[in-house]
Design a protein around this ligand. Sequence first.
Ligand SMILES: [Zn+2]
Length: 452
Amino acid sequence: MRKVFCLVFLFVLWGLFNGSADEVWKAGVAVCDITPPTGLWLAGYAMRDHPAEGAIHPLWVKALALQDAQGKTAVIVSSDILGFTAEMSQRIKQQVKEKTGLDTGDILLNSSHTHSGPIVGDSLIAMYIISEDTEHLDKIQRYTEELERKVVDTIVNAMEHLEPAKLFMGRGVVRFAVNRRNNKEAEIETTYDYKGPVDHSVPILVVKNVIDDTIRSMVFGYACHSTVLSGYQWCGDYPGFAQIYLEQTYPTAKALFVAGCGADINPLPRRTIALAQQYGKELAAAVTRAIEDNLQELPPSLKTSYETVTLPLETPLTKEELQQISDDTKKAEYIRRSARYLLKKLERGIPLRTSYPYPIQVWNMGGFPVIALGGEVVVDYAIAVKQRIEPNAMVLGYSNDLMSYIPSVRVIREGGYEGDTSQLEYEMPAKWKEEIEELILNAIAQMWAKIK
Ligand SMILES: [Zn+2]
């Protein structure tokens, strides 16, 4: 009798830790230091005139793998870089597919868009003064290959460490993000009526250990440029500090920052390490507050989708117009350099773009929508998606491909940097057509309708 009881007890235990695991999430997290050596060029600002001199703190790539009750798996990657190019994403995803079977739509490659990280691939290369310096270009190439290897290994590592877990969503708020098109930076400390749209929400995913409820990982987003710092030391900027503070508060956890639709939003005031630390503390505090106040458990079901939508450009600049820009000494040197870059393409017989295959990724994580868009997406898109789909959605930019700014109809009509002049430095020979907003929003709505 005692033997039978023991057998039943063992069977129940086995059920608890194995059988029941089939009705819960499984999660695995892995991290890898990607701090480049000194001597590499920093990304994001054209005015830098020498390479990196050291690090304020390490740069990281982090991967969170999540598997639902049916065994469907997806991975979110956060990274302290300006952004992945389409080619980098493609290579990384192809290697992950070969090693794990995961499809393009199952891998979300987000970057924090830190402007104190390395140049990778040929991202914005025409903008920098080293755009024709083969020694620097070789270093960038070698670093990029190493980074891609590390991202692949980190994703595989996270998937090899899946354990039963609980998954929660939450929502915090923090208000240091300011619309940079509608407020003057130089007057920011005496501005009392900030103008323009912003998205101050902090969407959060939290992974807890299924047995003791310790926090293993949190993914948190914010829609604001990582541009507090513009110096010569590697740094994750305010998101880097936020991740450090969260990992100090929750020593059992890895914290992953994901960038939202903050293309027209800056952390203001800015330009000191103390401010980057302050905003990091504010963001970490918002995450901690949400963890204590409003976590909502998500059932273990996961659906992913991924599409590319063809976004049309206006009529490209002609050879003569590009030559004019290149010769115009009143224009900034990086703009003239970008024009020359496109001219060289034309000379080599490479036609200029008239459209772009734009990546959109939509996930349903137990009812929680995660929408990841390519490029530097202005905040109007996050607001529109939340109004049309779900107010608590996690809406990300800077995902899978950093091809250009993605302005709304409003911003295209207003013009300026995000609506017009940034196109050239991204090797785009024209403004976007106004219809891109509806093309993107309709695609998201249709994709969500299929998996909700
Ligand atoms: Zn940017």
